[in-house]
Design a protein around this ligand. Structure first.
Ligand code: ADP
Ligand code: MG
Length: 269
Protein backbone atom coordinates (compact mmCIF):
# COMPACT_ATOMS: atom_id res chain seq x y z
CA UNK A 1 0.00 0.00 0.00
CA UNK A 2 1.42 3.36 -0.85
CA UNK A 3 1.15 6.08 1.74
CA UNK A 4 -0.28 9.26 0.19
CA UNK A 5 1.51 11.43 2.76
CA UNK A 6 4.84 10.25 1.40
CA UNK A 7 5.99 11.28 -2.01
CA UNK A 8 8.48 8.44 -2.41
CA UNK A 9 8.28 4.97 -1.06
CA UNK A 10 11.32 2.93 -1.92
CA UNK A 11 10.88 -0.62 -3.07
CA UNK A 12 13.16 -2.67 -0.83
CA UNK A 13 14.65 -5.84 -2.33
CA UNK A 14 16.85 -8.34 -0.49
CA UNK A 15 19.31 -10.08 -2.81
CA UNK A 16 19.73 -13.41 -1.07
CA UNK A 17 21.02 -16.94 -1.46
CA UNK A 18 22.85 -18.72 1.33
CA UNK A 19 25.34 -20.12 -1.16
CA UNK A 20 28.48 -18.07 -1.66
CA UNK A 21 29.76 -17.17 -5.09
CA UNK A 22 26.43 -17.31 -6.92
CA UNK A 23 26.37 -13.67 -8.01
CA UNK A 24 24.56 -11.84 -5.20
CA UNK A 25 27.02 -8.98 -4.94
CA UNK A 26 27.53 -8.76 -8.70
CA UNK A 27 23.77 -8.62 -9.20
CA UNK A 28 23.26 -6.04 -6.45
CA UNK A 29 25.91 -3.70 -7.87
CA UNK A 30 24.96 -4.03 -11.52
CA UNK A 31 21.19 -4.13 -11.14
CA UNK A 32 21.60 -1.05 -8.92
CA UNK A 33 23.70 0.66 -11.58
CA UNK A 34 21.23 -0.28 -14.32
CA UNK A 35 18.27 1.09 -12.35
CA UNK A 36 20.27 4.27 -11.71
CA UNK A 37 20.99 4.56 -15.44
CA UNK A 38 17.23 4.49 -15.98
CA UNK A 39 16.96 7.51 -13.71
CA UNK A 40 15.93 5.73 -10.52
CA UNK A 41 17.53 6.70 -7.22
CA UNK A 42 19.07 3.62 -5.74
CA UNK A 43 20.59 2.76 -2.38
CA UNK A 44 22.66 -0.36 -1.87
CA UNK A 45 22.90 -1.69 1.67
CA UNK A 46 26.01 -3.81 2.09
CA UNK A 47 24.95 -6.42 4.63
CA UNK A 48 27.88 -8.77 4.11
CA UNK A 49 30.86 -8.47 6.50
CA UNK A 50 33.10 -9.20 3.50
CA UNK A 51 32.13 -5.78 2.18
CA UNK A 52 32.45 -6.83 -1.46
CA UNK A 53 29.72 -4.50 -2.68
CA UNK A 54 31.48 -1.59 -0.97
CA UNK A 55 34.84 -2.51 -2.48
CA UNK A 56 33.31 -3.16 -5.89
CA UNK A 57 31.86 0.34 -5.87
CA UNK A 58 35.14 1.95 -4.89
CA UNK A 59 34.50 2.74 -1.23
CA UNK A 60 37.96 2.82 0.37
CA UNK A 61 38.43 1.25 3.81
CA UNK A 62 39.26 4.74 5.16
CA UNK A 63 35.84 5.94 4.10
CA UNK A 64 34.04 3.22 6.04
CA UNK A 65 33.97 4.96 9.40
CA UNK A 66 30.23 4.55 9.58
CA UNK A 67 28.74 1.36 8.19
CA UNK A 68 25.73 -0.93 8.33
CA UNK A 69 27.05 -2.03 11.72
CA UNK A 70 26.42 1.44 13.14
CA UNK A 71 23.15 1.65 11.21
CA UNK A 72 21.90 -1.50 12.96
CA UNK A 73 23.40 -1.20 16.41
CA UNK A 74 23.85 2.49 17.12
CA UNK A 75 22.06 5.70 16.44
CA UNK A 76 23.73 7.22 13.46
CA UNK A 77 22.86 10.17 11.26
CA UNK A 78 21.88 8.81 7.86
CA UNK A 79 23.90 11.41 6.02
CA UNK A 80 27.03 10.07 7.67
CA UNK A 81 26.42 6.50 6.64
CA UNK A 82 24.97 6.93 3.13
CA UNK A 83 27.86 7.45 0.72
CA UNK A 84 27.98 8.52 -2.92
CA UNK A 85 29.47 6.20 -5.52
CA UNK A 86 31.01 7.21 -8.84
CA UNK A 87 27.72 6.19 -10.45
CA UNK A 88 25.13 8.94 -10.62
CA UNK A 89 21.98 8.04 -8.69
CA UNK A 90 23.65 5.16 -6.86
CA UNK A 91 24.50 5.42 -3.17
CA UNK A 92 25.70 2.85 -0.68
CA UNK A 93 25.81 2.10 3.02
CA UNK A 94 29.14 0.26 3.25
CA UNK A 95 30.16 -2.66 5.41
CA UNK A 96 33.31 -3.82 7.10
CA UNK A 97 34.27 -6.99 8.89
CA UNK A 98 32.84 -5.39 12.07
CA UNK A 99 29.49 -6.65 10.88
CA UNK A 100 30.54 -10.25 11.47
CA UNK A 101 30.10 -9.82 15.21
CA UNK A 102 26.67 -8.22 14.83
CA UNK A 103 25.01 -11.60 14.51
CA UNK A 104 26.10 -12.51 18.05
CA UNK A 105 25.63 -9.05 19.52
CA UNK A 106 22.06 -8.97 18.29
CA UNK A 107 20.92 -12.15 19.99
CA UNK A 108 20.02 -10.48 23.27
CA UNK A 109 18.27 -7.61 21.51
CA UNK A 110 14.49 -7.82 21.65
CA UNK A 111 14.15 -6.10 18.28
CA UNK A 112 16.95 -8.11 16.71
CA UNK A 113 15.03 -9.05 13.56
CA UNK A 114 13.62 -5.55 13.00
CA UNK A 115 16.73 -3.40 13.24
CA UNK A 116 17.22 -2.96 9.50
CA UNK A 117 13.48 -2.60 8.94
CA UNK A 118 13.34 0.24 11.44
CA UNK A 119 16.57 1.87 10.27
CA UNK A 120 15.35 2.05 6.67
CA UNK A 121 12.02 3.48 7.73
CA UNK A 122 13.28 6.27 9.95
CA UNK A 123 11.80 9.63 8.97
CA UNK A 124 15.17 11.05 7.82
CA UNK A 125 15.15 8.44 5.05
CA UNK A 126 12.48 10.39 3.20
CA UNK A 127 14.91 13.19 2.49
CA UNK A 128 16.84 10.90 0.19
CA UNK A 129 13.81 9.91 -1.89
CA UNK A 130 15.14 6.57 -3.01
CA UNK A 131 13.14 4.57 -5.52
CA UNK A 132 14.92 1.28 -4.82
CA UNK A 133 16.90 -0.12 -1.92
CA UNK A 134 18.89 -3.27 -2.73
CA UNK A 135 20.28 -5.27 0.17
CA UNK A 136 23.36 -7.41 -0.54
CA UNK A 137 23.01 -10.34 1.88
CA UNK A 138 25.78 -12.51 3.34
CA UNK A 139 26.11 -16.14 2.18
CA UNK A 140 24.14 -17.51 5.11
CA UNK A 141 20.61 -17.60 6.47
CA UNK A 142 21.73 -15.88 9.67
CA UNK A 143 20.20 -13.00 11.59
CA UNK A 144 21.58 -10.47 9.10
CA UNK A 145 19.73 -12.16 6.25
CA UNK A 146 16.62 -12.38 8.43
CA UNK A 147 16.94 -8.61 9.02
CA UNK A 148 17.08 -8.13 5.25
CA UNK A 149 13.97 -10.28 4.70
CA UNK A 150 12.06 -8.51 7.44
CA UNK A 151 13.00 -5.11 6.01
CA UNK A 152 12.27 -6.02 2.40
CA UNK A 153 9.20 -6.08 0.19
CA UNK A 154 10.70 -8.89 -1.83
CA UNK A 155 13.58 -11.31 -2.23
CA UNK A 156 15.58 -11.59 -5.43
CA UNK A 157 17.48 -14.85 -5.74
CA UNK A 158 20.53 -15.19 -7.98
CA UNK A 159 20.88 -18.79 -9.09
CA UNK A 160 24.19 -19.90 -10.50
CA UNK A 161 23.74 -22.05 -13.58
CA UNK A 162 25.57 -25.08 -12.26
CA UNK A 163 24.98 -28.45 -10.69
CA UNK A 164 23.03 -28.55 -7.39
CA UNK A 165 21.92 -24.96 -7.98
CA UNK A 166 18.33 -25.72 -7.00
CA UNK A 167 19.21 -27.74 -3.94
CA UNK A 168 19.77 -24.80 -1.61
CA UNK A 169 16.66 -23.10 -2.86
CA UNK A 170 14.20 -25.05 -0.74
CA UNK A 171 16.05 -24.00 2.39
CA UNK A 172 15.92 -20.38 1.27
CA UNK A 173 12.19 -20.66 0.56
CA UNK A 174 11.71 -22.13 4.03
CA UNK A 175 13.34 -19.05 5.54
CA UNK A 176 11.09 -16.82 3.44
CA UNK A 177 8.05 -18.73 4.70
CA UNK A 178 9.21 -18.40 8.29
CA UNK A 179 9.69 -14.67 7.96
CA UNK A 180 6.23 -14.40 6.38
CA UNK A 181 4.67 -16.28 9.28
CA UNK A 182 6.35 -14.16 11.90
CA UNK A 183 7.56 -10.70 11.00
CA UNK A 184 6.73 -9.84 7.40
CA UNK A 185 3.56 -11.43 5.98
CA UNK A 186 3.78 -9.34 2.80
CA UNK A 187 7.22 -10.60 1.77
CA UNK A 188 7.22 -11.77 -1.86
CA UNK A 189 9.65 -13.43 -4.17
CA UNK A 190 10.74 -10.81 -6.67
CA UNK A 191 12.20 -13.50 -8.87
CA UNK A 192 15.01 -15.93 -9.49
CA UNK A 193 17.72 -14.81 -11.90
CA UNK A 194 20.05 -17.25 -13.63
CA UNK A 195 23.62 -16.00 -13.31
CA UNK A 196 26.89 -16.99 -15.00
CA UNK A 197 24.82 -18.57 -17.73
CA UNK A 198 26.73 -20.26 -20.53
CA UNK A 199 24.54 -21.13 -23.51
CA UNK A 200 27.21 -23.45 -24.96
CA UNK A 201 27.21 -25.50 -21.81
CA UNK A 202 24.54 -28.20 -21.56
CA UNK A 203 24.53 -27.93 -17.81
CA UNK A 204 23.43 -24.29 -17.93
CA UNK A 205 20.50 -25.25 -20.14
CA UNK A 206 19.58 -28.14 -17.84
CA UNK A 207 19.60 -25.88 -14.78
CA UNK A 208 17.47 -23.38 -16.66
CA UNK A 209 14.93 -26.03 -17.65
CA UNK A 210 14.85 -27.37 -14.12
CA UNK A 211 14.34 -23.89 -12.68
CA UNK A 212 11.60 -22.95 -15.15
CA UNK A 213 9.81 -26.31 -14.69
CA UNK A 214 9.84 -25.94 -10.92
CA UNK A 215 9.44 -22.21 -10.46
CA UNK A 216 7.63 -21.09 -13.59
CA UNK A 217 7.09 -17.36 -13.85
CA UNK A 218 9.24 -16.71 -10.83
CA UNK A 219 12.30 -17.12 -13.04
CA UNK A 220 13.27 -13.91 -14.84
CA UNK A 221 13.34 -14.20 -18.64
CA UNK A 222 16.65 -12.35 -18.57
CA UNK A 223 19.68 -14.53 -18.00
CA UNK A 224 23.01 -13.09 -16.93
CA UNK A 225 25.73 -14.62 -19.12
CA UNK A 226 29.12 -15.63 -17.85
CA UNK A 227 31.22 -12.71 -19.03
CA UNK A 228 34.78 -11.92 -18.09
CA UNK A 229 34.10 -8.15 -18.14
CA UNK A 230 31.61 -8.68 -15.30
CA UNK A 231 34.26 -10.31 -13.15
CA UNK A 232 36.92 -7.70 -14.02
CA UNK A 233 34.80 -4.66 -13.19
CA UNK A 234 35.03 -4.81 -9.34
CA UNK A 235 38.83 -4.57 -9.41
CA UNK A 236 38.37 -1.28 -11.26
CA UNK A 237 35.91 -0.27 -8.53
CA UNK A 238 32.97 0.15 -10.86
CA UNK A 239 29.88 -1.62 -12.15
CA UNK A 240 30.32 -3.41 -15.46
CA UNK A 241 27.88 -0.86 -16.90
CA UNK A 242 30.61 1.79 -16.58
CA UNK A 243 33.63 -0.46 -17.00
CA UNK A 244 32.44 -1.87 -20.32
CA UNK A 245 29.05 -0.41 -21.22
CA UNK A 246 28.66 -2.47 -24.38
CA UNK A 247 29.64 -5.83 -22.87
CA UNK A 248 27.17 -8.70 -22.81
CA UNK A 249 27.13 -8.52 -19.03
CA UNK A 250 26.21 -4.84 -19.00
CA UNK A 251 23.41 -5.31 -21.48
CA UNK A 252 22.02 -8.30 -19.56
CA UNK A 253 21.86 -6.27 -16.35
CA UNK A 254 20.10 -3.46 -18.25
CA UNK A 255 17.56 -6.03 -19.47
CA UNK A 256 17.11 -7.33 -15.93
CA UNK A 257 16.43 -3.81 -14.64
CA UNK A 258 13.79 -3.25 -17.33
CA UNK A 259 12.16 -6.61 -16.65
CA UNK A 260 12.07 -5.88 -12.94
CA UNK A 261 10.48 -2.48 -13.50
CA UNK A 262 7.89 -3.97 -15.84
CA UNK A 263 7.01 -6.65 -13.30
CA UNK A 264 6.63 -4.03 -10.62
CA UNK A 265 4.21 -2.03 -12.69
CA UNK A 266 2.18 -5.19 -13.23
CA UNK A 267 2.24 -6.10 -9.55
CA UNK A 268 1.27 -2.61 -8.51
CA UNK A 269 -1.75 -2.62 -10.82
P1 ADP B 1 28.21 -13.79 -4.08
O1 ADP B 1 28.00 -12.36 -3.69
O2 ADP B 1 26.94 -14.57 -4.20
O3 ADP B 1 29.18 -14.48 -3.18
P2 ADP B 1 29.65 -12.71 -6.34
O4 ADP B 1 28.72 -11.73 -6.95
O5 ADP B 1 30.74 -12.16 -5.48
O6 ADP B 1 28.85 -13.83 -5.55
O7 ADP B 1 30.27 -13.57 -7.54
C1 ADP B 1 31.19 -14.61 -7.30
C2 ADP B 1 32.32 -14.54 -8.32
O8 ADP B 1 31.81 -14.78 -9.62
C3 ADP B 1 32.99 -13.19 -8.37
O9 ADP B 1 34.37 -13.36 -8.58
C4 ADP B 1 32.35 -12.52 -9.57
O10 ADP B 1 33.21 -11.57 -10.18
C5 ADP B 1 32.08 -13.70 -10.48
N1 ADP B 1 30.91 -13.46 -11.33
C6 ADP B 1 29.67 -13.14 -10.94
N2 ADP B 1 28.84 -13.01 -11.98
C7 ADP B 1 29.59 -13.24 -13.08
C8 ADP B 1 29.31 -13.27 -14.50
N3 ADP B 1 28.10 -13.02 -14.97
N4 ADP B 1 30.33 -13.57 -15.33
C9 ADP B 1 31.58 -13.85 -14.85
N5 ADP B 1 31.89 -13.84 -13.56
C10 ADP B 1 30.92 -13.54 -12.67
MG1 MG C 1 28.69 -11.34 -1.98
Amino acid sequence: MSDPTRSYEPKIIAVANQKGGVGKTTTTINLGAALAELGRRVLIVDLDPQGNASTGLGIEPDDRTFTTYELLLEEIELKKVILDTSQRGLKIIPATVDLSSADMELIANEKRSFLLHDALRQPAMEGFAFDFILIDCPPSLNLLTVNAMVAAHSVLVPLQSEFFALEGLSQLMLSVREVRQTANPELRIEGVVLTMFDGRNNLSSLVEKDARDNLGDLVFKTRIPRNVRVSEAPSFAMPVLSYDPTSKGASAYRDLAKELMKNNVRKAA
